[in-house]
Design a protein. Sequence first.
Length: 512
Amino acid sequence: MYLIYTGSKDTYITDKIIDGAFSASDANVGRAGTLDIFKLYDETPLNGVTGSCELSRGLIKFDLSPLKALTGSVIDINDSSFKAKIKLHNLLGGTAVPSNFTLVVAPLSRSFDEGWGSDLVAFSDLDSANFYTASVTSGTPATWYASGANAGGLLNSDNIDFIVSGTVDGTLQSLAPEQKFIKGTEDLFIDVTTIVSATLDGKIPDHGFRLAFTGSEENDGKSRFVKRFASLQSSNPLKKPSLHILYDDAQTGTAANFVFDSSGSLYLNNFIRGSRTNFVSGAAATTVSGDACMLLRLEKDDYSKTYEVSQVKRGTDDTTITGLYSASIAVSIADQTKVNVSNEKLLNFVNASGSVVFDAIWCSSDESVGYHTGSLEVKRSNTSDYNSTPANLIIKAVTLPSRMQHNEILKIEFFVTDRSTKQKVYKIPYRLKSTILESMFYRIRDLDTGQVVIPFETTNGATKLSSDNNGMYFTLRTEVLPRGRSYTVDLLIKDYGQEQVFLDVGQGFRVE
């Protein structure tokens, strides 16, 4: 899962000297199209006094409520695959940019108002937030504890504007990640996982972030003008400040390509009139739920093995998913249990046909009630002579509508087959099953500009496709894509030690 949330408010505050006559410390630029981070050392004397140091610092806030809602059902913020990153897009405005500097992002300890100012020349718009004032409530200003939101300290301390470090989950941690800019034209893409996780857990106040040069760079005798990012007022929705949430939610059902001596997960759904519903057991109709609530029995003639089945859980609080069950199993090819009266073992069947087809019976824990009976084919692992040529794959989008609303949750399915695989010939219509791949990732690009909106994220599996008996798929939450634009899907496949990229799979689609 790869989610993108646009910021809810942003601005920058500055004490820039205007015409050598006054400081813009009470000016607001909340409606400006850029976030400017700069330092001017002894550049403009104020009323004839030299040695001045003019600074700016950025303020950004993201609405975490949509993300918080997902942590109860989909996302586990304690999982190692969960990542949160802030992205700010660099803007080239024809001005010089500083190089070899570092920016620090830290959580704010108090809230700020965005304001309505937009004058970046004379800084004549007076509003909060500004260099002195964070916000105004009922006509009463709330000033920063140190001008420029510059009072930093430990989490839960009084009289601080931003948090430098704090004890989270019993460990003292830095809460001010940094990013080095070598050329000065790079985008900001900084990991704030610890901060976001702790904020969602109520351990850090949810007031947004402060963006600034390091303390040493703000206090040295060097000017740095100007690092410029696109703000929320940018006309390009793809360049607005955004919070990127990465989480591996891939659900890999291995029923279609189960192999011996390799563990895999099997899933069972239960629907009543189109809605997910838990199974019930006995005359009292007791709900079948929780851990080890069912059994999966594999049978082949006289061979029988059982495995525990549990209700699938998702989210930080391990919320159970109604009507969805799973068993993690492995079948040994060397199992010496006899299969029939001839004392044949599993290996005898594998040597004869390459696989064994078991009856898969999902039943109650005491095996007295059966809920579903299917089959499971278990095969040898796929071995071959060395071949450096990647598989000759065909990929088609099965469910990719041309138009989507901005608040939809869609299952985007793909059919995959290998041209080089020999297919059986049938005299009646036959539906070919999709090939199931272990490592398949998606990317979404803007169709008009080619800009990557959601990248291939292979490190933690945030864009990894899931699989079921119908093929490969991923869940698209259209709320993460700016509306009024068209997009296309690319796929990356890692298979047999090779990587292949398939561009523009299926038709382009538009989010309304």
